[in-house]
Ligand binder design. Structure first.
Ligand code: KG4
Ligand code: ZN
Length: 353
């Protein structure tokens, strides 16, 4: 792999519900990655509870940091720089990572690089072996908090070309899963429920928002809610929707599979059509698909089939939040000289472009 001579960067990512530390050399080679996910405690609460997330980060971060350095056999004094997610994300969660990173950077006297979480997702395909994506590219970043279509001319040169006007794609997966009595996180649960299907008697709407590269998923979510109400009646639908972690599943696997499939193909159809259209219009050399929803098998296959240019998708563990992608974006920023020269504050609403 290329990049083995480049800077050794440690990264810390705590923007949401994963406490994650990574060591990456040359912006490409992952030496070690340790992550402690909070899926279990949050699943028990039916979704992410911000105060709980911050507290769990505080409890976990020191051990995750040491485990990562130990696995790579690296001493903190060897680091060329330390990268940390500054935003967007949950304010309390961001603060834990930033505080820890600032203390460390001061203690080992190395440059500290604030990283935009979305630039991290954008950079995640560079962790793949083989040739990296070619610029200019169109990047579809789809996660629990974001649905963004970005034109990238070069590292650091981004233009936002479309975004969701309401729910993020992953958020829609999570909410629809809950309506169907499936477990959190909803994306994998819906994928499993719809697996192997290639048709459904149900048809769900697509929000095309003509003339824009924007997305909307709230109408689709409402359509699913109506279907579930019509099938189960309002009382049972409300009972299922209020239960946590699939505790009150719908006793009709065929209906659940039909809805899950119709929902999944509706989301995939809009995401793929708009991404491919943007790539053609902007003469992109490649398309990248990143973020937690990029783990979706139907989305990966459909984008691959429809794209006129190579599609780069990170490994599954680099689709969901991880610190390795923050280290890659950190390496790009280090090359541009973008290091912190004072105290860093969380920027929960930070935009990519
Ligand atoms: O990137 P990520 O780990 O966290 C955020 O930055 O939001 O993305 C998490 C999101 C969740 O909404 C989850 O349901 C979704 O990614 N997700 C999936 C799949 N795996 C995770 N969505 C669809 N299909 C999947 N297989
Ligand atoms: Zn993310």
């Amino acid at each position: 792999m290329t990049g083995t001579d480049g800077p050794l960067i440690a990264a810390i990512e705590t923007s949401c519900d994963d406490t994650s530390v990574a060591l990456v050399r040359g912006g490409r080679e992952e030496l070690a990655h340790k992550s402690q996910t909070q899926i279990e405690p949050h699943a028990a609460m039916g979704g992410i509870v911000p105060e709980a997330a911050a507290r769990i980060h505080v409890e976990a971060i020191d051990a995750v940091w040491h485990a990562c350095l130990t696995e790579a056999g690296v001493d903190a004094a060897e680091l060329d720089a330390l990268a940390v997610t500054q935003g967007p994300g949950l304010p309390g969660s961001l603060l834990v990572g930033l505080g820890f990173a600032q203390g460390l950077a001061a203690a080992v006297d190395c440059p500290l690089i604030p990283v935009n979480h979305l630039e991290g997702h954008f950079a995640s395909p560079w962790l793949n072996e083989g040739d990296p994506p070619e610029f200019p590219l169109v990047a579809l970043i789809v996660s629990g908090g974001h649905t963004e279509l970005v034109y990238g001319a070069a590292p650091g040169e981004y233009r936002l070309i479309g975004r969701t006007r309401d729910d993020a794609a992953g958020e829609a997966f999570d909410k629809v899963a809950r309506m169907l009595g499936l477990s959190y996180p909803g994306g994998p649960a819906i994928q499993r429920a719809a697996e192997g299907r290639d048709g459904s008697p149900l048809e769900l709407p697509r929000a095309w928002l003509p003339g824009t590269s924007d997305f909307s998923f709230s109408g689709l979510k409402t359509a699913v809610r109506r279907l579930v109400h019509d099938e189960l009646g309002p009382v049972e639908a409300a009972r299922i929707g209020a239960a946590h972690d699939g505790a009150a599943g719908i006793d009709d696997p065929e209906f659940v599979a039909d809805v899950a499939y119709a929902f999944e193909v509706s989301v995939v159809d809009v995401l793929v059509t708009k991404t491919v259209r943007a790539a053609r219009q902007m003469h992109a050399a490649t398309i990248t698909l990143t973020g937690g929803v990029a783990a979706n098998a139907r989305l990966r296959a459909a984008l691959d089939a429809a794209s006129p240019v190579p599609v780069h998708v990170p490994a599954l563990r680099h689709c969901v939040d991880n610190a390795s992608m923050i280290a890659v974006a950190g390496a790009w920023r280090l090359a541009r000289g973008e290091v912190a020269n004072g105290p860093l504050e969380p920027e929960p609403g930070l935009a990519l472009a």
